[in-house]
Design a protein around this ligand. Structure first.
Ligand code: PMP
Length: 443
């Protein structure tokens, strides 16, 4: 039965990966939907509420309201905010929801320019360009930056928008082992010299692409080591900060600030506004020349409608709050809160015996389930107790590395987190995913 898949994974164990994949897809075919979407184990359609900091959501087909542990609402800006919301409403009244024009044909307003200046200043680069969608920022920019005759070296766990952008660019793509600088160096050496001493480089450009915080692993990028290697081999660095900008660093400026990296050492900085800023869209920040070049050549800038102005106003206002330019200390409090919440939640889960991936300070916390059959069981039991978690599985992860991915927000209170820990602990016992011995007082 699609509602009780707990017998399938043992069948898979021990088989070759190729057969496991075929078997898994066959099971999905039989039921006509991914196995993780058994009806009572998932929340397909939800209602969200902004008056409680968007930390709960309601399943519409059932009436329970759940604590939301799955949203990327890292700083709690995806909610009614005393500084941002009145400004967003004002800009909606003043400008409407869409420009209905491309950037080059009447769609660039004073607010778009202000947004780009604000983003450049925030991330620490001379200039920036913004797009209406984060996904498109990667997938449309990479084909403009590199093409045939160039080489992209991409982390093996980079996001699909990077994978698609790299494929669409026509450049040669090589992958290095996830977050492993020594393997990056091996690939670079191999690609530059082919193992032989050589007098000229065989590539027009080499671009190394990494993420600040990996969205399925919760790990921080080993950025200082990667930059040192890129400098040594004269490769450009491209850093996707979708999950790290606004979420980490003393003033929210992402992994460079957290890891003490000079932003001048990162050639192309990319990020999205859909997580920490509670808006939509994405940006590329870099040198003035790079951004000017992108503005003249990138089809997603030339031919796509510009980002909506209320969305732009939300981003500018959120950045002002983060930097304390709203005249309050709310930004600093949010940053302190997300850090405390993340480190508290991660260490409590570990004490209970869960296997939790990722690093301290990262608000992304995958709890390993491994066995794909545990996905609906874990999700269903948490939902029954009004805690909503996102579970991730093949093809987003390797087949037998299924996990529940918790995203912590500054808007979660200690009470929320304690409630979630109680539920997750009970469900963890039931589903059998406490792989390590628990600390005595955390049983
Ligand atoms: N890059 C990464 C690393 C992401 O995780 C995501 C989406 N979660 C994107 C880009 C795409 O961003 P958006 O959802 O804003 O389109």
């Amino acid at each position: 039965s699609p509602n009780n898949l707990q017998g399938y994974a043992p069948i898979c164990l021990g088989l070759e990966d190729f057969y496991i994949r075929r078997l898994y897809l066959r099971i999905q075919d039989c039921f006509g939907r991914p196995i993780s979407s058994a009806p009572d184990a998932w929340f397909d359609v939800v209602e969200r509420f902004s008056n409680d900091n968007n930390k709960t959501l309601k399943r519409t087909e059932k009436i329970n309201r759940c604590l939301n542990l799955g949203s990327y609402n890292y700083l709690g800006f995806a909610a009614a905010d005393e500084y941002c919301t009145p400004r967003v409403i004002e800009s909606l009244k003043k400008y409407s929801s869409s420009t209905c024009s491309t950037r080059v044909d009447g769609g660039t307003t004073v607010l778009h320019n202000e947004l780009e200046e604000c983003v450049a200043r925030f991330v620490g680069k001379p200039a920036a360009i913004v797009f209406g969608m984060g996904y498109v920022t990667n997938s449309a920019i990479l084909p403009v930056l590199v093409g045939k005759g160039s080489l992209i070296i991409s982390d093996s766990l980079n996001h699909n928008s990077i994978v698609n952008g790299a494929r669409g660019s026509g450049a040669t793509v090589r992958v290095f082992q996830h977050n492993t600088p020594s393997h990056l160096e091996e690939v670079l050496r191999e690609q530059i010299a082919g193992g032989q001493p050589r007098t000229h480089r065989p590539w027009k450009k080499i671009v190394v692409i990494v993420e600040g915080i990996y969205s399925m692993e919760g790990e921080l990028c080993k950025l200082p080591e990667i930059i040192a290697i890129c400098k040594k081999y004269k490769a450009y660095t491209y850093l996707d900060e979708a999950h790290s900008i606004g979420a980490v660093g003393k003033t929210g400026r992402g992994v460079c600030e957290l890891l003490g990296v000079d932003t001048a050492d990162v050639d192309i900085m990319m990020g999205t506004f859909t997580k920490s800023f509670g808006s939509c869209g994405g940006y590329i920040a870099g040198s003035k020349e790079l951004i000017q070049y992108l503005k003249y050549t990138c089809p997603a800038h030339l031919y796509a409608t510009s980002i909506s102005l209320p969305a732009a106003e939300q981003i500018i206002s959120a950045i002002r709050v983060i930097l304390g330019e709203d005249g309050s200390s709310r930004g600093a409090q949010k940053l302190a809160r997300i850090r405390e919440n993340s480190n508290f939640f991660r260490s409590e889960l570990q004490k209970m015996g869960f296997e939790v991936l990722g690093d301290n300070d990262s608000p992304v916390m995958p709890i390993m389930l491994y066995n794909p059959a545990k996905i609906p069981a874990f999700s269903r039991e948490c939902l029954k107790q009004n805690v909503a978690v996102v579970t991730v599985a093949f093809p987003a992860t390797p087949l037998l590395l299924a996990r529940a991915r918790i995203c912590i927000s500054a808007s979660h209170t200690r009470e929320d987190l304690n409630k979630a820990l109680e539920v997750i602990s009970r469900v963890g016992d039931l589903v059998g995913i406490k792989y390590f011995p628990a600390e005595p007082n955390k049983l």
